[in-house]
Design a protein around this ligand. Structure first.
Ligand SMILES: *Cc1c(COP(=O)(O)O)cnc(C)c1O
Length: 376
C-alpha cells in the first residue's frame, strides 16, 4: 500500500472511531440541565400560566403585552426560518446571543482550564483568544503564511492528541478578507482529533460555498454563522452554530435558558421573511466592494488592496506612510476605519468596511486629499 492510501485509511479509521463524549469535560458530562418551566411541553395558548413567576397582569408597556412572558428557550419559530433558509435540519442548529456566546460555550464544553489548549491562526478574529484566555485555556498560535493561508505542516506538528481540544479556522478570514483553501480546511478537519470551529461569519459575501452541506461527514466540525453581517442585524445579537445533533445537544444542555430575548426572536423572524431586501443589499455590497477595490488601487499612498471575499477590504499603505497616521487623519474627518498595523502580518494595514456608495466616495475623496506633511 502506498503512503497516500495508508494515510487515507488512517484518517478513515480515526473518523469512524470519533467519540464525542471523550472530548466533553467531565463536569459538563455529569450536569443535569436546568429545565425551564415551559421548555419541555407545548404551551397551549389558552392555558393559565402560573409556572414561571411572571407578572400575569402584564408589563408597563401595555401595547407590548407578551413581554411579560419569558421567550421560547429553544427559539423554535426562528430556527424553523433559519432551517428553511439554509436547508439544515433544526436539530443541527443552535442559536446564541451573538457568535461570541457560542465560542464561549464551545470552550466550556470541550476544554479543561489550565490543562488544554486551543490552536488559532493569526492574523484572525480576536475573540478566539480572548474567550479562551477567560477560561484559562492556553492559545497556540500558528501564523498564516504570507498569502494568508494555513501553514499545514506546522499546524499538523502542533496538534497534540491529549491536550489540543479546539482549532479555530475563520473563512473568509477577518481581518485579511480572503477565503481559506477548501482542501486545507478539509485536511485539518480530518487530521484533528478535537473540535474544529469553522467561522463563516462572512460566507454570504464569498463565492465559496459553506461547509454546512458537509456537516454529516464531519462529526468534529462546528460551523459558526451570524445574522450580524450579511443580514444586517448586528444589534439583535444572533449567532448560529451548525453541527451534529450530538454537539447541539451539549450546547442546549448548558446554555443560559433564555439566551435569545423575545425582541430578538420576533424581529429576526420578520427580517428573515424579507429575503428580497437581503439580496438587494448583498448585491450592492458586492458592487461597492468592487468600486472600493478599484478606487483604492488608484490612490498613490496605497501599496496594496488585498483580495476580499467579505464586506471589508484590507489595505496596506506605502512604506513611507504610517497607516496609523492615516487612520487618525480619517478619524478627524469623522470616518472610522480599523487600524490593524499592530497585528502580526498586517504591518501598515487598515481594515475598511464597505459602506454605502456615498460613504465610500467620501472616504476615497478624503484619502486622496491625505496631506503630504503627515507622511513620515
Ligand atoms: C463579526 C464576526 C462575528 C460575528 O459575531 P457576532 O457575535 O455574531 O456578532 C463572528 N466571527 C467573526 C470572524 C466576525 O468578524
Amino acid at each position: 500500500m502506498n503512503a497516500h492510501n495508508n494515510r487515507y485509511n488512517n484518517e478513515k479509521k480515526k473518523r469512524s472511531n470519533f467519540d464525542l463524549n471523550s472530548l466533553i469535560r467531565k463536569n459538563i458530562l455529569n450536569i443535569d440541565p436546568y429545565l425551564s418551566a415551559r421548555g419541555e411541553h407545548n404551551k397551549d395558548k389558552d392555558s393559565i400560566f402560573l409556572d414561571a413567576n411572571e407578572n400575569s397582569f402584564g408589563s408597563p408597556l401595555s401595547f407590548l403585552n407578551s413581554y411579560n412572558r419569558y421567550p421560547d428557550p429553544f427559539q423554535k419559530e426562528l430556527k424553523k426560518k433559519i432551517s428553511d433558509l439554509k436547508n439544515i435540519s433544526i436539530s443541527k442548529i443552535f442559536l446564541g446571543n451573538g457568535s461570541d456566546e457560542i465560542i464561549d460555550l464551545i470552550y466550556r464544553i470541550f476544554s479543561r482550564p489550565e490543562v488544554d489548549h486551543a490552536i488559532i491562526f493569526p492574523p484572525t478574529y480576536g475573540m478566539y483568544e480572548v474567550s479562551g484566555k477567560t477560561h484559562g485555556i492556553d492559545i497556540i498560535k500558528i501564523l498564516l503564511t504570507e498569502k494568508y493561508q494555513l501553514n499545514l505542516r506546522k499546524i499538523e506538528n502542533s496538534m497534540n492528541d491529549k491536550y489540543s481540544k479546539i482549532i479555530f479556522i475563520c473563512s473568509p478570514n477577518n481581518p485579511t478578507g480572503n477565503d481559506i483553501k477548501r482542501k486545507d480546511i478539509k485536511f485539518i478537519i480530518k487530521k484533528f482529533s478535537g473540535i474544529v470551529v469553522l467561522d463563516e461569519a462572512y460566507i454570504d459575501f464569498s463565492s465559496q460555498k459553506s461547509f454546512s452541506d458537509e456537516i454529516e461527514d464531519f462529526p468534529n466540525l462546528i460551523i459558526l454563522q451570524t445574522l450580524s453581517k450579511s443580514w444586517g442585524l448586528a444589534g439583535l445579537r444572533i449567532g448560529i452554530a451548525i453541527a451534529s445533533e450530538e454537539i447541539i445537544k451539549w450546547m442546549n444542555k448548558i446554555k443560559h435558558p433564555y439566551n435569545i430575548s423575545l425582541n430578538s426572536q420576533k424581529i429576526a423572524i420578520k427580517a428573515l421573511e424579507n429575503k428580497d431586501l437581503f439580496f438587494y443589499h448583498l448585491k450592492n455590497i458586492l458592487l461597492e466592494r468592487k468600486y472600493m477595490e478599484e478606487s483604492l488601487k488608484k490612490i498613490p499612498i496605497v501599496k496594496k488592496v488585498y483580495p476580499s471575499s467579505a464586506n471589508f477590504l484590507l489595505i496596506k499603505t506605502k512604506t513611507n506612510i504610517s497607516s496609523y497616521n492615516l487612520y487618525q487623519y480619517l478619524m478627524k474627518q469623522k470616518i472610522l476605519v480599523r487600524d490593524r498595523s499592530k497585528i502580526v502580518l498586517c504591518n501598515n494595514c487598515l481594515r475598511i468596511t464597505i459602506g454605502t456608495h456615498k460613504e465610500n466616495k467620501y472616504l476615497i475623496n478624503k484619502i486622496n486629499k491625505y496631506p503630504q506633511f503627515n507622511q513620515k
